[in-house]
Design a protein around this ligand. Structure first.
Ligand SMILES: CC(C)(COP(=O)(O)OP(=O)(O)OC[C@H]1O[C@@H](n2cnc3c(N)ncnc32)[C@H](O)[C@@H]1OP(=O)(O)O)[C@@H](O)C(=O)NCCC(=O)NCCS
Length: 484
């Protein structure tokens, strides 16, 4: 840059800063801040007043045999439906008794290990093939796969002016919310948005699978530019590339990536594509679809569910937790210090005070999460290549110690293990992907499973999901306003 240009840039920055400061001290802004504080005081009082009216005696749950979280006391989910899309299991029968076993995940009846082995051995990308398997119910032949990839490419482009008219308008700091906004807006661009006939829903689903990477990446770029004062870089997807390659291609200003990087991201997409009908976001898809609403409303709801830190949002929490851990335990080999840190987390003392060790535990898996096992083996390879081996060792140690301290400090009936999100964030960071995109990448994968569950609900159920809630409210006399 020329010296004159640099000077003018500095002058511009100074003027902008002065403008911002002036604005902050303007009477109007001061009034808005005072109004906000005043209103919040009132809201705090209202909340304190309301809270006791919500509380339900814990004993009543037992008395009326209410399955909290739709779970049995031992944590096992209440049976709420049937599915052929995938199977998640974590037990085996020994001497007629059900006992914890290594976790198993099958997509359409095929173990995930075999599916991964299939495309890794033949050095091809697997995600598109898995989307086909989940949606169609069987593995594609070579020509069927080629045709399906062609369809994904045809649907890749976003509608005219969607980027400027929707994505760039009021971008959220949370890309999951931006994606949900975009998905709801796509309803307006669809010639048959509310048609729930199967071919129409299938078309909408394939379109969403294809467009999700652009929604996530462009949403991220918009947030960087408009909310974080960073440069914006918009690169349209390349129709010749796989979905995993396109994410890296669109995210990197030079559009370059190595084959190993793209293959590992592809593996992450495959491992996150589906996880049974009972996982929180798939169940959301069943519940919302059962009301007869449209595909866009359904998928927006599922995105909201996935965002939660106990579900897809856990991968961000894992990374933040590790950043905090590194500050408190600078010696990564001091196991006593690491153990104390983890115990503190369980006491709700450190990090986000939630009492959780993120990346550990699962509603179904006990001995192991097969996705975490597969991912871990590849993570070690990548960490060697990226010079992050010491950090990989730290993750492995924390995984071992966390299992120990959770088992000692929580009522765990079935055992506890690292889940897929324990390692996925570490992979994304080694790939240079920003934390803001971790959960959106999960969504880019999981739209495959959501789509299959929506079709399954529409084809088989035809009954609105409507469980019962028992009212335990005490009767109250109505008191006229002037007598209260
Ligand atoms: C995933 C998760 C919500 C499953 O919880 P769950 O179905 O209640 O699991 P379990 O039945 O085995 O849990 C038994 C107890 O151990 C606790 N527990 C399980 N995992 C825990 C963890 N990682 N940290 C602290 N406590 C944990 C549970 O909160 C529960 O305690 P409670 O009875 O007081 O509610 C839970 O393990 C968790 O919050 N993990 C951290 C977040 C995470 O990584 N999510 C990604 C999931 S893929």
């Amino acid at each position: 840059m020329e010296p004159e240009q640099t000077k003018s840039l500095f002058r511009q920055e100074r003027t902008d800063k002065m403008k911002k400061e002036k604005l902050l001290h303007s009477t109007k802004i001061q009034q808005m801040i005072a109004q906000y504080k005043h209103d919040m005081q009132l809201v705090d009082q209202l909340t304190a007043d309301a809270e006791p009216h919500y509380e339900i005696e814990q004993e009543l749950y037992k008395k009326y045999e209410v399955k909290r979280g739709l779970r049995d006391l031992d944590g096992k989910g209440v049976r709420a439906g049937l599915t052929t899309i995938s199977k998640v299991s974590a037990t085996q029968i020994v001497d007629g008794r059900e006992v914890p076993a290594a976790g198993q995940l099958l997509y359409r009846g095929i173990p995930i290990e075999q599916l991964v082995q299939g495309f890794i051995t033949h050095d091809r990308f697997g995600f598109e093939e898995i989307v086909y398997l989940l949606l169609m119910g069987h593995l594609p032949k070579a020509d069927q796969l080629a045709q399906f990839k062609g369809l994904l490419t045809d649907y890749q482009e976003l509608p005219n002016h969607f980027n400027s008219g929707v994505i760039m308008k009021m971008p959220s700091d949370n890309i999951m919310n931006t994606m949900a906004k975009c998905v709801l807006a796509l309803h307006a661009y669809d010639p048959k948005p509310d048609d729930t006939s199967l071919p129409n829903v299938m078309r909408q689903c394939i379109q969403l699978v294809s467009q999700f990477p652009s929604l996530a990446v462009f949403g991220y770029q918009a947030s960087m530019y408009f909310r974080n004062d960073k440069s914006m870089f918009i690169q349209k997807p390349d129709p010749k590339l796989s979905i995993a390659e396109n994410i890296l291609y669109m995210m990197r200003p030079d559009g370059k990536y190595t084959r190993l990087e793209a293959k590992l991201l592809d593996l992450c997409l495959v491992l996150h594509a589906e996880h049974g009908g009972g996982n929180n976001s798939a169940f959301t898809v069943h519940v919302v679809s059962s009301s007869g609403t449209d595909t866009y409303s359904t998928v927006a709801a599922a995105l909201g569910s996935l965002k939660g830190p106990k579900h897809g949002g856990a991968n961000i929490k894992v990374m933040e937790m590790f950043e905090d851990l590194k500050q408190h335990c600078p010696d990564w080999e001091d196991e006593d210090a690491l153990r104390e840190y983890l115990k503190g987390l369980l006491r709700g003392e450190g990090f986000d005070h939630s009492g959780l060790i993120y990346g550990m535990g699962h509603a179904v898996y006990s001995v192991s999460d097969p996705r975490a096992v597969i991912l871990k083996s590849f993570v070690e390879q990548l960490s060697d290549e990226k010079g992050c081996h010491a950090e990989y060792q730290l993750y492995a140690t924390v995984e071992r110690l966390a299992k120990e301290v959770i088992t000692q400090n929580r009522k765990i009936y079935k055992g506890v293990c690292a889940n897929v999100d324990f390692y996925s964030g570490f992979v994304y960071r080694m790939l240079g992907l920003p934390m803001d995109l971790f959960t959106p990448i999960f969504a880019i994968a999981r739209i495959a499973g959501w789509s299959a569950h929506r079709l399954e609900e529409l084809i088989n159920c035809r009954k609105i999901i409507r469980p019962a809630y028992l009212s335990v409210a005490e009767p109250q006399e109505y008191v006229p306003l002037e007598e209260r």
